[in-house]
Design a protein around this ligand. Structure first.
Ligand code: G
Ligand code: G
Ligand code: MN
Ligand code: NA
Length: 254
């Protein structure tokens, strides 16, 4: 289809634009983290949204190389921020399940970060709960390997997939991100709120940090702070924004 054609032609083109959504740290009241989110703002067929092109990129396998291009762009952005004296905790990069079927995945990731001279600890790889459910051993081994090198790993979309809780709690992810649906349902349903609060406590006792996603209102912010989450990502604080705006955002708080 047209989206496939555009993706093939744009593979190493500047028309992939990275957006960044700041992530708030509850304890410090500052934004030390951000998630990178890919955008194709203009193409021959107009803007293409992630909900449209990510599935196509996954089906066609194009996502594998796109992810390496994104990782490279994120490294360069981190270097740029650091050159301006901006403190960067880490920038999150999303990895699809298909990435984990690449036999040379660790080598490629290390090579990209090294060739940019970016601190390993400034990168966090987010992978989804469904990736973990599909290939728990591959994800576990990869997580251990990245940890050895100081690269952070975070579980994304927790609460939407079918991963085994016994598996989840036994892998030392740095962070677990509660999916927005968990935050939203907790506003309306006391049982859900109780469950999410206790899950948050369990993850923290196991040494992980917990991120709440999809926080749009003051009431939701209060709720997740009461849950004890470490970090908050949501439109309440900031929407995903282009690089230049993200740089301004980081500068404004330092
Ligand atoms: O930013 P937005 O809400 O439009 O993104 C929708 C979804 O697209 C996100 O939940 C995320 O899973 C996916 N997505 C966005 N950017 C990337 C990316 O760079 N890589 C991968 N694999 N998925 C992404
Ligand atoms: O990869 P992941 O599913 O974590 O991607 C996060 C997605 O969630 C992005 O597409 C981002 O735009 C979206 N998002 C982040 N915060 C909010 C929010 O407060 N409300 C809504 N509706 N979407 C959000
Ligand atoms: Mn994510
Ligand atoms: Na998510």
């Amino acid at each position: 289809r047209k989206v496939i054609q555009v993706l093939k032609e744009k593979l190493d083109d500047e028309s992939f634009q990275m957006y960044y959504q700041p992530i708030y740290s509850v304890k410090s009241g500052r934004f030390f983290y951000a998630e990178s989110l890919m955008r194709i703002p203009d193409s021959p067929i107009g803007p293409i949204y992630p909900s449209e092109f990510i599935p196509v990129a996954e089906e066609t396998g194009l996502i594998v190389n796109i992810t390496y291009i994104i990782l490279d762009k994120v490294c360069k952005f981190i270097n740029h921020l650091m050159s301006k004296g901006i403190y960067v905790g880490s920038i999150h990069v999303n990895f699809s399940a298909l990435q984990f079927s690449q036999p040379n995945l660790s080598e490629r990731v290390l090579e990209i970060i090294r060739s940019n001279g970016t601190p390993m600890s400034a990168i966090k790889i987010e992978f989804t709960e469904s990736t973990l459910a599909e290939s728990p051993q591959v994800v576990t081994d990869f997580t251990m390997k990245m940890k050895e090198h100081g690269i952070k790993m975070g579980l994304d979309d927790f609460g939407t997939g079918y991963s085994n809780i016994a598996t989840v709690i036994n892998i030392p992810f740095g962070t677990v991100k509660l999916d927005k649906s968990l935050v939203w349902v907790s506003m309306k349903n006391e049982n859900s709120a109780l469950a999410v609060k206790n899950l948050t406590r369990t993850f923290k006792e196991l040494g992980m940090k917990v991120i709440a996603e999809g926080v749009e209102t003051e009431a939701q912010r209060k709720l997740v702070v009461d849950f004890g989450v470490d970090q908050i990502q949501g439109f309440y604080y900031a929407k995903p924004m282009p690089e230049a705006e993200m740089e301004e955002f980081m500068l404004a708080q330092s």
